[in-house]
Design a protein. Structure first.
Length: 363
């Protein structure tokens, strides 16, 4: 059966549900992890969990770029906002991420008169630099392989036009090193992965080949509709029941084996790989995108001496454990009481792709 057929017939969905139940009798309890914030929200919104037998448990991994940005990085960004004649630009989700100090965020800085703007793309930030040549515009480049090409294009555009009052702070992260760090951790307990289709659209499905090859775990590159997710879970269950871990590409209507080669080449031209700090994972080698020396004049890290510092998690917050799949939102003592979307304590409740925000809204 093709996945697309599931969109057309409730009977097919019922058949898939029944097949997963049969497979679960063979596998026993399994823990499957999605590593994409869009998957997290789609699973919660569509009620996928309610279709699964009790043996199949879905967990959220380090797939929300805002959630994995550590508090110490936010603290350093907040310091940037205090520099005279600097305008901080970022995606909307970043505004409400708290720093390590209570009541601190970019949104609070903005309320106190600092120049902070939400933008839809890095090119919006670049346009702001053109419009305000007397100001220094800093774009916070946050995301994974999906947003890296756009940030790279913006930096290259700024360099080509010699727009000297624009710079980017690269907080971009790479998926593979983080997953390797997660899988090799002592508290790792996951049986299979739902891999992000939009990351694979850039990198290619084969970028996740290391999961079955190196760790003997099944992986499926999945789309984002309910049918995509349900069919991908079925594929994972079949591989687990048959003990045949492999990589499968469910999202063939968009994802190719080797991805978007021009986009990958553009990213490699502007960025190199370097160590990066992740909330929940710590410092992971080669997991970040650093701006190359040729574009140093547009690197906010160098231009403003950006230095991130260690900062503890807010008291009681379990975001670091939730990101690793060790805990779930409802096991956090703050969830739904001290920590709500209106008064978030941790980033998993702030982000539109955060697992706590998804659980609070849809469960």
């Amino acid at each position: 059966m093709l996945c697309e057929e599931l969109f057309q017939s409730p009977k097919h969905i019922s058949d898939i549900k029944k097949r997963i139940e049969e497979l679960a009798q063979r596998t026993g309890p399994v823990r499957l992890m999605e590593i994409c914030g869009t998957h997290t929200m789609a699973i919660a919104k569509t009620g996928i969990r309610s279709l699964l037998p009790k043996e199949v448990r879905l967990l959220s991994g380090p797939g929300c770029p805002v959630c994995v940005t550590p508090a110490g990085v936010i603290d350093a960004v907040l310091d940037l906002a205090d520099i005279p004649d600097v305008i901080i630009t970022c995606y909307g989700d970043m505004l409400r991420i708290p720093g390590s100090r209570p009541g601190t965020s970019l949104l609070m800085k903005k309320a106190n008169g600092r120049a902070i703007r939400a933008v839809y793309s890095p090119m919006d930030a670049l346009q702001l630099a053109k419009d305000h040549p007397q100001k220094e515009i800093i774009f916070l480049g946050v995301g994974f392989e999906t947003t890296a090409p756009g940030t790279a294009a913006c930096i290259a555009e700024a360099a080509g036009r010699q727009i000297s009052n624009f710079s980017a702070l690269s907080l971009l992260k790479r998926t593979e090193p983080a997953l390797r760090s997660l899988i090799t951790a002592q508290d790792f307990a996951v049986d299979g992965f739902l891999c992000p289709g939009h990351v694979a659209a850039v990198t290619g499905s084969e970028t996740f080949r290391f999961i079955p090859d190196d760790y003997r775990l099944p992986a499926v590159v999945s789309g984002f509709e309910a049918a995509d997710l349900l069919y991908s879970i079925l594929q994972l269950m079949e591989m687990l029941a048959n003990k045949t871990p492999d990589l499968k590409n469910e999202y063939t209507r968009l994802v190719q084996t080797h991805g978007n080669q021009p986009a990958r080449e553009f990213v490699d031209r502007v960025f190199r790989h370097g160590k990066c700090t992740w909330r929940g994972l710590g410092v992971v080698p080669d997991s970040g995108y650093e701006i190359r020396e040729e574009y140093a004049a547009w690197d906010a890290r160098l231009k403003f001496g950006f230095q991130e510092a260690f900062a503890p998690e807010p008291s009681g917050c379990r975001c670091a454990q939730i990101i690793r799949g060790v805990e779930t939102p409802d096991s956090c003592p703050l969830f739904g009481t001290a920590c709500t979307p209106e008064q978030p304590v941790g980033p998993c409740m702030v982000s539109g792709e955060g697992s706590c925000a998804a659980a609070y809204r849809y469960h």
